[in-house]
Design a protein around this ligand. Structure first.
Ligand SMILES: NC(=O)c1ccc[n+]([C@@H]2O[C@H](COP(=O)([O-])OP(=O)(O)OC[C@H]3O[C@@H](n4cnc5c(N)ncnc54)[C@H](OP(=O)(O)O)[C@@H]3O)[C@@H](O)[C@H]2O)c1
Length: 242
């Protein structure tokens, strides 16, 4: 792939991410937070209800390598229902590489759910990884599910409070959120997002699929372009909140 900005030249995904060390920049009361999305040129975040058909294999590599730079990963319940995540790290080699970098062997998986209506049979819940769920529901996960901790908020999950909890109760220094659009909207509205990784695939999909932000923001949020990479017409941007 080519790096267009800064310092144009050939680069690989892993070389580009090597110097990205978000765990060294936790905020006092929350982790450093990055969001990652893939979108079509017309700004759509799904094709037929999933994000997978939008990006290329290089986008998948970007996603996988980004995960190796964070203490925790977070998604909303809508994304969990659509994408049915599995266990995040399965290879011993990846666990060791993470530990050598100074990260936990496997990222903590964080879910945000109002109703706790989740696909409990999904591999994320059955393969034994550590999962933390922030929810406004008073129901419990089924007994078949192990290694899940539930933190309850009244009415709705207070995301600022959730970030504080992750920083102070779990020592999370850097958190990558993979969406979706409704959770993203609230995280931006609450001023909780530092970095936005956005892949723009050279496709138009039309229709009424969601965009990467779904919901009102308190105003226009200004972003700075921190880097821009390109491969086969696909753009890989990292924006920072100004
Ligand atoms: N293109 C991409 O990069 C990308 C990335 C992620 C997702 N997606 C796509 O986006 C779609 C899902 O969109 P979405 O906006 O519905 O997903 P979402 O943001 O992951 O989930 C929304 C749900 O999260 C819960 N939630 C969010 N904020 C909450 C709060 N403050 N308190 C309590 N619960 C809260 C609610 O769960 P309950 O329903 O439990 O109340 C809400 O319905 C899927 O089709 C997925 O494939 C695309």
């Amino acid at each position: 792939m080519r790096r267009l900005l800064p310092d144009p030249g050939d680069i690989t995904v892993s070389e580009q991410l090597e110097a990205y060390r978000p765990w060294e920049e936790p905020r006092e009361d929350r982790p450093l937070v990055a969001m990652n999305f893939v979108a079509t040129v017309d700004g759509r975040a799904t094709i037929e209800g999933r994000s997978g058909p939008i990006g290329s294999d290089t986008d998948t590599e970007m996603l996988a390598r980004l995960r190796t730079r964070f203490d925790a990963l977070m998604i909303g319940a809508g994304t969990m229902r659509a994408e049915r995540y599995g266990r995040l790290v399965t290879k011993q080699e990846t666990r060791e590489r993470r530990e050598q970098t100074g990260l936990p062997p496997e990222p903590l998986m964080v879910l945000v759910s109002g109703r706790l209506d989740l696909p409990w049979e999904a591999p994320l819940f059955t393969e034994g990884g550590e999962v933390l769920i922030f929810t406004a529901s008073e129901t419990d996960p089924p007994e078949t599910v192990s290694s899940v901790e539930v933190v309850r908020h009244e009415g709705a999950v207070n995301l600022r409070e959730a970030m504080r909890h992750l920083r102070h109760e779990h020592g999370i220094r850097a958190l990558l959120s993979e969406g979706g659009p409704h959770l993203h909207d609230q995280m931006q509205a609450d001023g909780l997002v530092d970095d936005l990784f956005l892949t723009i695939a050279p496709k138009l999909s039309g229709g009424d699929a969601p965009r990467i932000v779904e919901g009102p923001l308190p105003g226009v949020i200004e972003l700075e372009l921190a880097w821009l990479l390109e491969e086969d017409g696909e753009l890989f941007a990292r924006y920072r909140r100004s």
